[in-house]
Design a protein around this ligand. Structure first.
Ligand SMILES: NC(=O)c1ccc[n+]([C@@H]2O[C@H](COP(=O)([O-])OP(=O)(O)OC[C@H]3O[C@@H](n4cnc5c(N)ncnc54)[C@H](OP(=O)(O)O)[C@@H]3O)[C@@H](O)[C@H]2O)c1
Length: 263
């Protein structure tokens, strides 16, 4: 299926690995020029080199911390300057630490808010004018299934991510008809983030080995496996595309059917 986004330009934050990188791959393969981002230059450069081997759109790396206002401004400016347009904003982020509520500090709560909510607020503020050009653009927020169901040990994610859903729904109303805004509520996908979380459960004595942890998590999912990052990347590309032109304000659960909620 041709997603009809060839020649478009996309900014994908927190994309030097994991789910953001999968979104970059999927968009490049559709012929979209992308800017990828992360805080660490070496990791980002390695990813840029890997993505350059794909056929399709061009790729540029821009180092920056999405909790920093100026870095966000620079990310948006670079995308527009280098590609002469900005059609798609895909907002991924790092993940907040996993710990019980009583061990979380004020600083961690505020940092999580900056990372997961203010980053999106600032990115949209800086990009809106560009996204509205021509036929208009899209915003896709990569968030988490934790907004549907509270996940064990993830109080920061369970609590703070609710705000981004309110934000995305509001954006889908205020920024239409030029801009569509949707969120992906993913379950488990095997990335560095998941590997670290599962290893922590092994270290905490909940599982004997990493493999045991992986098997237990897979068994909880009707499809009996953890998702591949590209299974999210392809959905993000679809949400950016003309093929999803009537999808707006949606919170799409992408978890192999693992959640228990009816809606
Ligand atoms: N994987 C899953 O199963 C899963 C499930 C539900 C929700 N999520 C959520 O989805 C998001 C992405 O997860 P992931 O699995 O892709 O994580 P990941 O594999 O750890 O990748 C995170 C990426 O974000 C970058 N990053 C982290 N903090 C950043 C910051 N402040 N500014 C710019 N870049 C930053 C990292 O690079 P640098 O370290 O170089 O900055 C890296 O490229 C996270 O919020 C995570 O909690 C993941």
């Amino acid at each position: 299926m041709d997603l009809e986004i060839k020649g478009n330009a996309a900014l994908i934050t927190a994309s030097s690995s994991g789910l953001g990188k999968a979104c970059a791959k999927a968009l490049i393969q559709e012929g979209v020029n992308v800017v990828v981002n992360g805080r660490h230059q070496d990791k980002l450069e390695e990813t840029v080199q890997e993505l350059k081997k794909l056929s399709g759109g061009k790729v540029i790396g821009q180092v920056g911390d999405i909790t920093n206002k100026n870095d966000i401004k620079k990310l948006v400016e670079i995308t527009y300057e280098k590609f002469g347009r900005l059609d798609h904003l895909v907002t991924s982020a790092g993940g907040p630490p996993s710990k019980p509520f009583m061990e979380t500090s004020d600083e961690e709560w505020y940092h999580t808010y900056d990372l997961l909510v203010m980053s999106v607020v600032r990115l949209v503020r800086e990009s809106k004018e560009y996204l509205e050009e021509g036929e208009g653009g899209t915003i896709v927020n990569i968030t988490s299934r934790s907004v549907k169901e509270a996940m064990e040990g993830l109080v920061l994610s369970n609590s703070v991510r609710m705000a981004v859903i309110g934000l995305m729904k509001t954006l889908s109303k205020e920024l239409g008809p030029k801009i569509r805004a949707n969120a992906i509520l993913q379950g488990l996908h095997e990335t560095d983030r998941l590997k670290n979380l599962l290893q922590k459960q092994v270290d905490d004595g909940k599982f004997k080995t990493y493999e045991d942890a992986l098997n237990a998590k897979s068994n909880d999912i009707p499809l009996k496996r953890i998702g591949e990052p590209m299974e999210l990347g392809d959905v993000a590309a679809f949400l950016c595309s003309k093929k999803s032109s009537y999808l707006n304000g949606v919170s799409l659960v992408l978890d192999g059917g693992g959640s228990h909620s009816n809606l």
